[in-house]
Design a protein around this ligand. Structure first.
Ligand code: CDT
Length: 299
């Protein structure tokens, strides 16, 4: 058995004027609630409101949402708490590099607070210019560059871990690229509006269904654990779905959030449960027929 006790740390709404310090306090409280966890996983862009819903062309205004280093003064208490609790963690934030590049990023630390993995969101949804036809803006293509690190996996805590961010979870390629590297647990944070800005009838029920559907499929089809963590609730009048969950390598939901607030969803995940699927129906080396898959990368 290789059990990783995982806490999916769902976060309720973060309002635009909520300070990073206040958010970190909430994250630390969740860490305390997740007593005994080996790994705690927070959502996409954990430290701020989901700012891609706003437009500004003022670079200084844009950059105030971004972190230029990690850890930094504001997040150091979080790293200290994690170290004290011997807890690994993963969270998302907006990254501004020394070269002035902007990414939607997630990191993974080991249990002593060292950053052992970094991922930059590849599938950026939404649009690059203000679109008044929509009920709300989703300007990720304006604020971020597509990630440049691919879908790496990281060997830590006796297992193989990968990360993805929000819209990435809807793409089978995301999981498969990590599956081909033997991934045993995929950590995903998200901010998903409860309504489709271009399709009024698509409300929270369908959006929650799609969110679970893709995560459960990704888990099953790659025989991996998936930890899927929401930032949810109503931010500045904009509702985001909750539904944080942990899916096992059979694609079954083993734990799920019941609120739209800060909440811990915890489960002891045995990484050895990934072995059977990887050696049988999803033994990629034996069963894949790559000669027929060319279109996936050529179109
Ligand atoms: N944050 C993020 O990627 N959200 C998207 C919303 C898609 S609508 C533009 C998601 O896939 O949940």
């Amino acid at each position: 058995m290789r059990v990783i006790n995982v806490a999916a740390a769902q976060m309720g709404a973060i309002q635009p004027d909520e300070s990073r310090e206040a958010v970190v306090e909430r994250m630390v409280k969740l860490m305390r609630d997740a007593d005994g966890a080996d790994l705690i996983v927070y959502p996409e862009l954990t430290l701020t409101t989901f700012f891609p819903r706003y437009f500004t062309d003022q670079q200084a205004e844009i950059d105030k949402w971004f972190e230029t280093s990690m850890p930094n003064t504001v997040t150091e208490p979080l790293f200290a708490e994690a170290r004290a609790r011997n807890m690994a963690m993963s969270f998302g934030y907006a990254e501004l590099t020394p070269e002035g590049r902007h990414f939607n990023t997630a990191i993974l630390t080991d249990k002593v607070g060292n950053i052992v993995g970094k991922y930059r969101k590849v599938h950026l949804p939404g649009h690059a210019e203000v679109d008044d036809e929509r009920t709300h803006q989703h300007l990720e293509k304006y604020y971020f560059e597509p990630g440049d690190l691919g879908f790496p996996v990281f060997r830590t805590m006796g297992g193989i871990f990968g990360m993805a961010i929000c819209n990435d979870r809807r793409w089978p390629e995301t999981y498969r690229v990590m599956g081909l590297q033997g991934v045993e647990m995929v950590l995903i944070g998200y901010n998903t509006p409860s309504v489709n800005s271009q399709r009024g009838a698509e409300g929270p029920k369908k959006r929650l269904f799609h969110s679970s559907l893709v995560v459960q499929s990704g888990a099953y089809q790659n025989s991996t654990w998936v930890v899927s963590v929401a930032k949810c609730g109503v931010e500045d009048g904009h509702p985001l779905i909750a539904g944080s969950l942990i899916a096992n390598p059979d694609g079954e939901v083993v734990a799920v959030a019941v609120t739209e607030e800060d909440e811990i969803v915890q489960y002891p995940c045995d990484l050895d449960d990934t072995v059977f699927g990887k050696q049988t129906v999803f033994d990629f080396k034996r069963h894949r027929r790559t000669e027929h898959y060319g279109r996936i990368v050529s179109q």
